[in-house]
Design a protein. Sequence first.
Length: 374
Amino acid sequence: MAVTAAVVAMLMSGWKLLGAQGQVPPATQPTEAPRPRPTPPTRPALRLVQATELPDGTLPRPTQDGNFIVGPTHAPAPETMAREDVPKGTVHEFTLTSGESTVYPDGIARDPGTFGTPDPSNPAKLDVPTSRPAPWTRKVTVFVPAQYVRGTVAPFIVGADGPDPMLFTTLENLIAQKRIPVMIGIAVANGGGDAQGSQRGREYDTLSGRYAEFIENDVLPQVEKRFDVRLTKDPDQRATMGCSSGAAAALSMAWYRTDLYHRVLSYSGTFVNQQWPWNPETPQGAWGYHTTLIPNTPRKPLRIWMHVGDRDLYNPNVMRDDMHDWVEANERMAQALAAKGYPYQFLFVRNAGHCDRAVKAQTLPTALEYVWAR
């Protein structure tokens, strides 16, 4: 997106090393000292796609496809807040370790205080020699609605970077209002760290079906066994969601394992070049979704809801590969999806940062309704 030369100069000199903000690694992993980050520039309205600008405080209907501009104020939707007159579901939790995993038994972590350096022969490749083997421990949190009938097969949504109380409360209210099916909510914590060289980055930013297989093989059987629920095998009754790299993971789960998932909900999707290790088959990382993968692949049976904020991330690390603008990446995603005829709804949100909690509180109910609208 267009920014002034002064802003670019500030970003080039001042933006350091961080991945997605607001993600807290599990206590079992070493943490890195926080680094200050300048406020991202406010990007202008969309330039690659046509969009409908809505009056402030309103959202598109959950049956509307296309591109929309909303904001700048963000009042929380009442469905995101607990109500006394709604049947109460139950929330359960269990711990999963790398020793129990069939998919990620060999966790990794980046040494504290380190990041990586661009490969001098390939600016799209980051070298991270300080990434080492490390075990992981994570929490899995599960919401079972009061309306669930034991022994029946249920739809479900699985979210990244759990736990997610707002998701569970919203599911509870929308199910009671019969606006979505009776479904199980599953929030899975990440494996620790962030971005290249970390377990979280390995899981979320890699373009493959491996994370979907981790959920399928290591998480869902435990959910069914521990909490006496039956989860559907129908991909049209399964949804994924996440924010930042968690949103990239949500898309990859459905893109690479369309036999498992058809519905995707993405906040501030990290559709940028953050895959590590570098893979010559997907050399642009998730930036390749909108440059090659979606344009060059027959349309898949996916339904996608997406958001980006006008102050979303812009080059938050040492790479200068022109593939690290979150606003441009998400707009390009909308452009690619529209060209292939996908059902999608994309919100460009004014007065909003990366993974903006106020925006989530405003939009989550209609986003869930959109994802489940057909």
